[in-house]
Design a protein around this ligand. Sequence first.
Ligand SMILES: Cc1cc2nc3c(=O)[nH]c(=O)nc-3n(C[C@H](O)[C@H](O)[C@H](O)COP(=O)(O)O)c2cc1C
Length: 220
Amino acid sequence: MKTLNLKLMLASIALVMLANFAGAQELRDMALPAPKTEGGKPLMQALKERQTSRAYDTKKLPLQVLSDLLWAGFGINRPDSGKRTAPSTRNWQEIDIYVVMEEGTYLYDAKANILKAVAKGDLRKMTGPQEFVAPAPINLVFVADTSKMKGASQDDLSLYAGADVGFISQNIYLFCASEGLATVVRGMIGDKKALAEALKLPAEKKIILAQTVGYPAPVK
Ligand SMILES: Cc1cc2nc3c(=O)[nH]c(=O)nc-3n(C[C@H](O)[C@H](O)[C@H](O)COP(=O)(O)O)c2cc1C
């Protein structure tokens, strides 16, 4: 009887260890709370306060704020048609938003309102060489899925992808102004090839810009 108990105990310890090991290996998809689509500062006040900031606190954003931020950036605001808070050329909706955080990187799925797990571990440093980037809680990477840009010439591809990211980025700037958050859109990304590999991007998905978001650094 004693040996059986011991065996059972060892087996359960092994199971717990295995589960912990699997947990440490995997990053899971994360459900986002429904975005809060009311309130905020009046538009004219948000426009007055819109600005670039390069000094961030390391404090994390609550999941609700992240959900609101992503919805403001490129969420679905007309569920009947699936259209979004930012315009996109020919309604291609080709821009993907990767959310790079300390614990891992996720892809924003606006329709399911979830963050899809992309890569475990901290890739923030890979999103840009400027000093404030790595310690900031969130770095967004805007990626154009050129396979959705049917009929566009090579010149048009960069023009339209750049413009479409610009609208999303400005939505995020205005959301940040409204919420008292700090942000900067960034062309300075560093090694785009290495980042594309870390994000597991196929050749048709191109990194366009990045955007850092967080609470403003406390005034000293
Ligand atoms: C396409 C684009 C790329 C930018 N790239 C960077 C960047 O890599 N790093 C940075 O610190 N600021 C970057 N900025 C922010 C600009 O420097 C900033 O918007 C400008 O100085 C004006 O400041 P304001 O946004 O407060 O009006 C970029 C802005 C744009 C529109």
